[in-house]
Design a protein around this ligand. Structure first.
Ligand code: 6PG
Length: 470
């Protein structure tokens, strides 16, 4: 057993246990803490063959076992529990110690905690950790925000345990205050968008293309070998071959079509609205989860309305266009998320480097994808890029695929297949690339009924008209 330990972790659920074992695998000593004696025991047993891991349910024993400045990561549920754990640690800490919240905390909570702990001389980090339980064990993407100086103490451990993309660690200091939690929130918003789009393409391939689960497995598997290569496409392929161990056939067909959510996608949308940045593909992904939850109402409504029978398609051509449409819509979703990050960085003083963020998303996290290498290049070529759609390399990618996105969207509309994400991505593209939109009419209406004034295209100034009311 070590005398003192390099790293402390509170919350020995699956994520916490896996993270601590990952720390130990990388040559650091680590001490765990959880109120639940069983979880403490489980970690000691699992980490028992090394002299690197220890644990206790007693907070004082835990804190005293750590090398100063102490580096204590919390992997506990977001919300009140984080505050409770912080309060339980505080009496035992020394100035300069570091607490890292690795959960999906709301960014304003992180700002509040950071300010509170700063007064006490404690450094607080909000660090998004992505990659699920497997990622925590084998290498997650980590998104830390907080004090740049204090990060130097955490850096060697985080760089060692994080996922690697071609040898480069998928972690970087992102910015002050809640920068890390904010970036993780938008990561999850993008995750919602990509998942919604994947489910729509599945619907198209199944209902119109007539693909069986075996064919869906093969199709997504092939796509994962190409430009759509990504964690989500990879697991989608695997999902289609999972057999149901409680009955016949594949499990996917037995899963209730009500998607749950813990809130990070909704927060992304809500905050984008506050900032005034459009992220409609993410918004609609949240709405579709809400709509999916209305199962009983949907069943009643389904009985009241006819639905067109999907028209026969040329299977090979349809699959190829579905691939293009998905690629197009993935690009649009990343573009919206990155746009939100760029604006939030100015609003909240995060000083985010979007190229760095894309870089640490290339491996380990849920939204990792081949596309992120291209996104990294685009922001490295121009760090002030306002929107991915303005990057020359993305202009080419979009031009190649937008026609298929139009065709698929039209097919869905005519054949009664809801494509909320895809159609929204297309609308976003068409609107963002329109130098003239019809919103001059909205300005006229506002001025007509409320004297809200308008600007003109041909001269400077603010105008109001006494509209003729006949
Ligand atoms: C990750 C995930 C992770 C979690 C999601 C699930 O990056 O590892 O995003 O944080 O699985 O938050 O979110 P919902 O329950 O809201 O779908």
């Amino acid at each position: 057993m070590a005398d003192t330990y390099d790293f402390g972790l509170v919350g020995l659920g699956v994520m916490g246990r896996n993270f601590i074992l990952n720390v130990a695998d990388n040559g650091f000593t680590a001490f765990g803490n959880d109120l639940d004696e069983e979880k403490v025991g489980a970690l000691i047993t699992e980490g028992g063959d090394t002299d690197k891991v220890n644990a206790s349910s007693d907070v004082k024993t835990f804190v005293n076992a750590l090398t100063t400045p102490r580096k204590i990561m919390l992997l506990v549920p977001a919300g009140k529990v984080v505050d409770i754990v912080i309060e339980s640690l505080l009496p035992h800490l020394d100035k300069g110690d570091i607490i890292i919240d690795g959960g999906n905390s709301f960014f304003t909570d992180t700002d509040r905690r950071e300010a509170y702990l700063k007064e006490k001389g404690i450094n607080f980090f909000g660090a998004g950790v992505s990659g699920g339980a497997k990622g925590a064990r084998r290498g997650p993407s980590i998104m830390p925000g907080g004090s740049r100086e204090a990060y130097q103490h955490v850096k060697p451990i985080f760089e060692a345990v994080s996922a690697k993309y071609k040898g480069e660690p998928c972690v970087a200091y992102l910015g002050p205050k809640s920068a890390g939690n904010y970036v993780k929130m938008v990561h999850n918003g993008i995750e919602y968008g990509l998942m919604q789009l994947t489910s729509e393409i599945y619907d198209l391939l199944k209902k119109a293309g007539g693909l069986s689960n075996a064919e869906l497995h093969q199709t997504f598997g092939q796509w994962n070998e190409g430009r759509l290569q990504s964690f989500l496409v990879e697991i989608t392929s695997e999902i289609f071959e999972q057999k149901d161990d409680l009955g016949d056939g594949e499990l996917v067909d037995k899963i209730l079509d009500k998607a749950k959510q813990k809130g990070t996608g909704k927060w992304t949308s809500q905050n984008a609205m506050d900032l005034g940045i459009p992220v409609p593909t993410i918004d609609v992904a949240v709405s579709m989860r809400e709509l999916s939850a209305l199962k009983e109402e949907r069943i009643k409504a389904d009985a009241l309305y006819d639905r067109p029978t999907p028209k026969t398609v040329d299977k090979a051509d349809f699959i190829s266009k579905a691939e293009q449409a998905l690629y197009f819509a993935f690009i649009i979703t990343y573009a919206q998320g990155m746009h939100q990050l760029a604006d939030a960085s100015k609003e909240y003083g995060y000083e985010l480097e979007l190229g760095e963020i894309a870089k640490i998303w290339r491996a380990g996290c849920i939204i990792r994808a081949a596309l992120l290498a291209d996104i990294t290049d685009a922001y490295q070529a121009n760090e002030n890029l306002e929107n991915l759609l303005l990057s020359p390399s993305f202009v080419e990618k979009v031009k190649e695929t937008v026609d298929a996105a139009r065709e698929m969207t039209a097919y869905g509309a005519l054949n009664g297949i809801p494509l909320a994400g895809l159609s929204n991505a297309l609308t976003y593209f068409d609107a963002y690339t329109s130098s003239r939109l019809p919103l001059n009419l909205i300005q006229a209406q506002r001025d007509y009924f409320g004297s809200h004034t308008y600007e003109r295209v041909d001269r400077e100034g603010i105008f109001h008209t006494e509209w003729e009311d006949n």
